[in-house]
Design a protein around this ligand. Structure first.
Ligand SMILES: Cc1cc2nc3c(=O)[nH]c(=O)nc-3n(C[C@H](O)[C@H](O)[C@H](O)COP(=O)(O)OP(=O)(O)OC[C@H]3O[C@@H](n4cnc5c(N)ncnc54)[C@H](O)[C@@H]3O)c2cc1C
Length: 432
């Protein structure tokens, strides 16, 4: 029987992994591959590294965990620091691969990689099998075409709530076992990716490590051990500490946990502990996550363009001094500054913070929103192409916010940081 290859991308898990489940059910032999793609560590057109050290470290931890979990199923994970189109063709020959299973990614850079891989393997007679496993509500279940994705979130939400159920969880074939396959590859270190070792401040709001095991442990803590999810709606606009929101985004972004697994636990929690506004609201936010994926499916590369999906023209500035002030946390607003310093020192920022600093960048400073989005892409530990560019378009007024609001950062600071505790935490050496 031929061998199946799972090409891991942003689906770095074993639980509820559609490609892996399909491969183990269809082949006696299965291997996995993950490529740390050097293109992801280059400078982007605005001069920021596409991936900064925080996400790089989290990714290494994630791949280490994936490799050791797969070994329990006798599946080797081949890991390379190089382009998939340079390494996968060699694996196809050595391991007599007939099928490549992978998560479908449709944004520009990801499409380029897939096309390059197809080109490099065109003489190999290999079948490509794609899955949309990053969604809670997969496009296969949807009652509409991508072109019909509603322009407003509420319409989308009501549609889903009325008509669609998430798919069932999928599992790797039970008792999957194969003869040991030699795997001489090793996982690159942080230095191999071009960074020095570092540590984050002890008061970081995101002190967590990457990997599926940590994601599942965190989920258990947030739901079952601390029952914090029961208070999510009250705490979600917080700025301080590890518990104000679920903090699941970084694991969701690289796929070390699936939205489906979270939903499944949420439903169990609602049956066994409590069902309230907070448990609903976590579901509501997961729907936003799906919604931005549908927006990028509908509008394609428009989410990266200055005019956005609305095709709106504004008088965007490109003032490098103002950009620098924003990045280094030296603007006129201490609230903005504290958030930007937190991001720079930890790779994390709360949702409330992100909304404020993005609005300040695009609406107050009137700077080209794509620069801010590219900086977020570089720094955020939970960077997700759809959520990042979708939210930036939304806040900058070129997306799908019907109200096109500007945040008053002073009022927001008074409301969400009344005693300036958060600002003091990150600005202390400068101000106090
Ligand atoms: C300018 C800007 C840029 C952003 N960039 C990203 C990004 O690159 N990656 C990312 O995951 N989120 C992004 N967000 C959305 C949001 O800020 C984060 O998902 C959230 O802060 C993560 O924290 P949490 O996991 O504790 O979220 P919770 O509040 O616990 O929410 C649970 C989950 O719902 C999803 N979610 C929540 N809010 C949003 C939202 N507004 N849009 C999409 N999904 C949401 C996330 O997957 C999150 O993990 C951005 C928001 C803004 C305003």
């Amino acid at each position: 029987m031929s061998t199946g290859l799972v090409w891991f991308r942003n689906d770095l898990r074993v639980k509820d992994q559609e490609s892996l489940a399909l491969a183990t059910n269809s082949h006696k032999n299965v291997i996995g591959v993950y490529c740390f793609d050097p293109r992801q560590f280059k400078l982007n057109k605005f001069g920021f590294k596409k991936t900064e050290k925080y996400r790089a470290k989290f990714l290494i931890e994630t791949v280490e965990d994936l490799k050791s979990t797969l070994e329990k199923y006798t599946i080797p994970l081949f890991v390379y620091l190089g382009k998939p189109e340079d390494y996968i063709p060699k694996l196809l020959v050595v391991h007599k691969i007939s099928h490549i299973y992978f998560q479908d990614e449709w944004t520009k850079e990801e499409r380029v990689v897939e096309e390059a891989l197809k080109e490099a393997t065109k003489t190999n007679k290999v079948n490509f099998v794609k899955a949309y496993s990053q969604f809670l509500f997969s496009p296969n279940l949807m009652p509409f075409q991508f072109s019909e994705t509603p322009k407003v979130f509420t319409v989308f939400r009501k549609w889903i709530e009325k008509e669609v159920q998430p798919r069932s969880l999928v599992i790797i074939k039970q008792n999957f076992e194969q003869k040991k396959i030699d795997n001489p590859t090793t996982i690159p270190s942080i230095k191999d990716l071009g960074f020095e070792n570092f540590s984050t401040p002890v008061h970081t709001a995101f002190p967590f490590r990457g990997g599926e095991a940590n994601a599942l442990e965190h989920l258990t803590n947030y739901f079952w051990k601390t029952e914090q999810v029961s208070y999510y709606k009250k705490t979600r606009n917080g700025l301080l500490g590890t518990k104000y929101s679920s903090k699941l985004s970084a694991w969701l972004a690289n796929g070390s946990i699936s939205a489906n697994t979270i939903y499944n636990q949420l439903k169990k929690y609602e049956q066994q502990v409590t069902k309230n506004e907070s448990t609903y609201w976590l579901f509501f936010e997961l729907l936003w996550r799906d919604y931005f994926k549908y927006i990028s499916l509908r509008y394609g590369d428009a989410i990266f363009k200055q005019k956005g999906i609305k095709n709106s023209v504004y008088n965007w500035q490109n003032n490098s001094e103002l950009v620098e002030q924003w990045i280094t946390g030296t603007t006129q607003s201490n609230f903005v500054n504290a958030n930007m310093i937190e991001l720079q020192q930890t790779g994390w920022m709360s949702n409330r913070g992100r909304q404020n600093v993005a609005s300040y960048f695009a609406k107050n400073l009137q700077l080209d929103w794509r620069i801010g989005a590219a900086y977020f892409e570089s720094l955020l530990i939970d960077y997700d192409v759809h959520s990042n560019y979708g939210n930036w378009c939304y806040v900058a007024g070129v997306g799908n916010d019907p109200r096109d609001r500007t945040f008053n950062v002073d009022l927001q600071a008074k409301r969400y940081d009344p005693n300036a505790k958060y600002q003091k935490l990150w600005l202390q050496p400068k101000l106090f």
